[in-house]
Design a protein around this ligand. Structure first.
Ligand SMILES: [Zn+2]
Ligand SMILES: [Zn+2]
Ligand SMILES: [Zn+2]
Length: 474
């Protein structure tokens, strides 16, 4: 009884010490077992002590069932002390906590989350704060709700744990447009969002990149005809047709062009040209081609002169020159050409000439501000005898008659005379610069009139009858 009591007491003490956290190894090293062994020995107790197996916990070591000889300090797995082990073989290490998947808790606005780990063995809990990220998986529009996904990531015990939470985003005022690649013939656009309320455009559904309507239009490319472009002109260049095959889309386009012409008139000194420009617009691009026709220099630069002999004068008439602004009558005098008169007319009477003498005259034209000094159209002229009676012409209009005459070289005055009752009488005297006169309200009748010039201070009327003309007023 005493032995058993003592043995049980010692075992109980050891068990209590073990339960308090001491390992058999620590009991050994701090000398307790040694003194216990001596005590046991002194009392003559059986030195072999039995230890029950102790299950380890999450945090505390356990041990196998074993026997310990307190005199020899040897350990055995059996009561017969046949299988000796070391003290370390007796220890079953603590298991550690067994944490599985955590429970997640999220804040109201999903901006924060934490993972709570519970030990399946002992029920102890640990909390790991998570980092939260969010991603809009579906952006809301005025037609569709959106979806945002929050992802929480926590590190615990060397492992990474994640949890996600979805949240529906309410519809808004945005209209969504898909990106469209422009083609040769159609405009494209980037992906964009249009706020139907503010009418603003954005390149992103979060409306951080506002743009203009022009930024959301990618203009069509237009065709790329390259060197397949071909122009077919009509013979007179009044029409042209464009044909080309696009290197980008393969389309062959035939288009009638509109043709405009711009002409630079030729002059007698330089060629002119007509530039024909054909233009057509295909898919927003304008294509042009030109053809140039050279216009020969003007050869029609010389007036063709006709002459009429007058009394001490020669009347020159000439043909018009294209583009002439003015004409000049020139005469070859003493070895050089001298200008006698100029004006925009086609006739001129050279006066003051000596009858029978030959004169050389020409008519030149002024074109584009320049005198064409080509006198190859020069003619030689001879004036008639100076007569006081010029060539007279009349123009009758009802009771009115206009009498005009060629100037007489050296005339000092003119007189219009009429014949009545067998005598010539002066009807009107006029200065030498005047070569016509109009009579009005003439009574009905037949009149005989003549025009004479005053020469060298004298009125010479011999032969006036031969020069008379008859006028009939009805
Ligand atoms: Zn036992
Ligand atoms: Zn535990
Ligand atoms: Zn194309």
């Amino acid at each position: 009884m005493t032995h058993n009591f003592t043995k049980r007491t010692l075992a109980s003490v050891l068990a209590v010490l073990c339960a308090a956290g001491s390992t058999p190894a620590s009991l050994l090293t701090n000398g307790f077992i040694g003194s216990a062994a001596l005590t046991v020995s002194a009392e003559g107790v059986d030195p072999l002590t039995h230890f029950d197996a102790v299950e380890p916990t999450c945090t505390k070591d356990g041990n196998i069932e074993y026997w310990w000889d307190l005199l020899t300090l040897k350990f055995y797995t059996d009561a017969d002390c046949e299988n000796e082990i070391t003290i370390y073989d007796t220890i079953i290490p603590a298991t550690g906590h067994s944490y599985g998947e955590p429970e997640w808790t999220w804040s109201e606005d999903n901006s924060a989350a934490s993972a709570v780990f519970t030990c399946s063995a002992c029920g102890e809990t640990e909390t790991a704060e998570a980092a939260v990220t969010s991603e809009k998986k579906v952006y809301p529009t005025h037609e569709n709700e959106g979806l945002i996904v929050y992802t929480a990531t926590a590190e615990f015990d060397g492992k990474t744990y994640t949890d996600t939470k979805e949240e529906v985003l309410p519809t808004n005022t945005l209209e969504h447009f898909d990106a469209i690649e422009p083609t040769c013939t159609k405009d494209g656009q980037p992906e964009f969002w249009w706020d139907l309320q503010t009418l603003k455009f954005y390149l992103d559904p979060d409306c951080t990149q506002e743009v203009t309507i022009f930024d959301v239009t990618y203009p069509k490319y237009g065709h790329d005809f390259g060197d397949t472009a071909e122009w077919n002109w009509s013979d007179d260049f009044s029409s042209a047709t464009f044909t080309g095959t696009c290197a980008r889309c393969g389309e062959t386009v035939t288009e009638k062009a509109s043709v405009t012409a711009e002409t630079t008139e030729p002059t007698c000194t330089s060629e002119g040209q007509t530039v024909y420009t054909a233009a057509c617009t295909i898919a927003g691009k304008t294509y042009t081609d030109t053809r140039t026709v050279v216009l020969e220099k003007l050869t029609n630069t010389l007036p063709v002169i006709t002459t009429k002999k007058g009394s001490g004068s020669v009347k020159l008439s000439w043909t018009a020159v294209k583009g002439a602004e003015k004409y000049a009558v020139v005469a070859y005098v003493n070895g050089s050409w001298k200008k006698l008169a100029e004006g925009n007319t086609d006739t001129y009477t050279v006066t003051g000439l000596t009858a029978g003498k030959t004169y050389k005259v020409a008519v030149i034209a002024k074109v584009d501000g320049k005198w064409i000094t080509d006198v190859s159209n020069a003619v030689e002229v001879t004036a008639g005898e100076v007569s006081p009676y010029p060539e007279v012409s009349t123009e009758i209009n009802d009771k009115e008659v206009r009498i005009s005459w060629e100037p007489v070289s050296g005339a000092e005055a003119y007189a219009i005379a009429y014949y009545r009752s067998g005598k010539w009488r002066v009807l009107k005297q006029l200065p030498p610069s005047v070569t016509y006169y109009v009579f009005k309200n003439i009574p009905t009748g037949t009149y005989k009139i003549a025009v004479a010039a005053k020469l060298n201070g004298k009125w010479d009327t011999t032969g006036i009858t031969n020069k008379a003309i008859t006028i009939i007023i009805k």
